[in-house]
Ligand binder design. Structure first.
Ligand code: BGC
Length: 419
């Protein structure tokens, strides 16, 4: 018979040999809406890195740009007591989920990995609920971009527009030359993405913030907002009649293949150009959305982490959180996704000119007051106010006879009722 000493030795030996791998491996179920070409390549990087650590990845992808469908599905799962380990949740939604008591704290990982010092404070604010980290940022997307096909511009005798007024001049030339001037998908979040770009130009950063962060009624219903709606309406003259319902990546492919000249879209569109093997400066142009040079509408993708009943997968959850902010992941993921790393201490030598411009503007706009949160992508206000704005914007854009003055008034009233 073995004495206790021997038993102890064997157990110690066994745990040092076997336990570390067995004890740490677990499963993460991750909800996201990254199903387009560049997006899928990006999320595959995270899956691979988790599998390399011995964990298994249960993919919970819900298609639909902007994530509205994903959020609906998430609510059903969470309410039935079966949330995923982590879900792509952004901005104010993180606070809403935190307030409902669904999220778990990541503070031990955050402390060990020094998140407070590697991340900009504009980002950490969004990731914390009542002072605790409950979410991890993945990237920084700039939303106010214009993507253009240089061949189509040249054939039309057009140039990259530098203001909304100039946009109409150039778009007219492109239309006359027989091309679609602006590739667009008629879905509420895409309408809102163009609307906020126009608003950024017309209102300027200060009033943009007053309107979409402070929800200031005077700005929401004021004369400058009427001008925003007036210009937004004119944009409709330059999209094609097949745009209703079109996915954003299909619109991007129209710029890639030369059917359309331009698209106003966040830099996840660059992920599509990259996946198609296209090079910026040669095959396509990235420029600030008309009239928004030096301004930066930010959209930070992040994963919020759920409090799991099953504790056996907690380690996998923590490893997922840690992996997301490693330099290796930040580099490969963001090269594919079109965004810039959320860590400011990264070597950017592998990134292209669009990403370098984005990083430079991210930093300079933070100093000049031109760094503003995206309304269309859930960073500036609650999902309730955002939903109210979406409704007014989309209804207006799709109604030929809609009146800009009435729309501004409606906008203020809709936001007020959602406050
Ligand atoms: C997300 C991006 C995503 C895009 C299109 C945005 O709201 O932040 O990560 O690529 O929607 O689905």
């Amino acid at each position: 018979m073995m004495n206790n000493k021997h038993t102890l030795k064997i157990v110690t030996l066994a745990s040092s040999l076997v336990l570390p791998t067995i004890a740490v491996s677990g499963e993460v179920e991750v909800l996201h809406w990254w199903t387009a070409g560049g997006e899928a390549k990006s999320v595959a990087v995270l899956k691979d890195m988790m599998e390399q650590q011995g964990h298994s990845w249960k993919d919970f992808a819900v298609a639909g740009g902007g994530g509205e469908s994903a959020m609906t599905v998430l609510k059903t799962r969470a309410v039935s007591g079966n949330p995923p380990s982590a879900a792509q949740i952004k901005g104010h939604d993180i606070q809403e989920w935190g307030n409902l008591g669904f999220l778990t704290t990541l503070d031990d990982v955050a402390k060990k990995e020094k998140w407070d010092s590697i991340l900009p404070s504009v980002v950490t604010k969004v990731m914390k609920h009542k002072g605790d980290y409950v979410a991890v940022p993945v990237n920084v997307h700039r939303v106010n971009w214009l993507w253009a096909n240089p061949v189509v511009l040249e054939k039309s005798g057009a140039t990259v527009p530098t203001s909304m007024d100039d946009f109409f001049v150039q778009a007219e030339k492109i239309k006359k030359a027989g091309y679609i001037a602006l590739a667009h998908g008629g879905q509420p979040w895409q309408d809102a993405t163009i609307f906020e770009a126009v608003a950024l130009d017309v209102l300027g950063s200060k009033d943009y913030r007053k309107a979409f962060v402070d929800l200031n009624m005077t700005v929401l219903s004021g004369p400058k907002m009427v001008e925003v709606f007036t210009k937004f309406k004119r944009v409709h003259d330059y999209i094609d009649s097949n745009s209703p319902g079109r996915d954003w990546n299909v619109a991007t492919s129209m710029v890639i293949n030369g059917e359309a000249a331009m698209q106003i879209m966040g830099d996840w569109a660059k992920g599509e150009f990259t996946a198609a093997g296209k090079v910026p400066g040669t095959d396509y142009i990235c420029a600030p959305a008309p009239g928004t040079e030096g301004q930066f509408t930010f959209n930070i993708d992040s994963f919020a982490f759920f409090d799991l009943g099953d504790k056996s997968n907690e380690q996998a959850q923590k490893d997922l959180a840690r992996t997301i902010l490693t330099k290796d992941f930040q580099e490969i993921f963001n090269l594919n996704k079109g965004s810039i790393p959320v860590r400011l201490d990264m070597d950017m030598s592998k990134f292209d000119q669009c990403a370098l411009d984005s990083m430079a503007t991210f930093k300079s706009s933070a100093k000049s007051g031109d760094l503003v949160p995206s309304m269309a992508h859930g960073l500036s206000t609650t999902s309730y106010a955002q939903g109210a704005i979406y409704d007014v914007v989309t209804n207006f854009f799709n109604d030929k006879s809609a009146d800009p003055t009435k729309a501004a008034d409606k906008l203020a009233r809709a936001v007020k009722s959602a406050m």
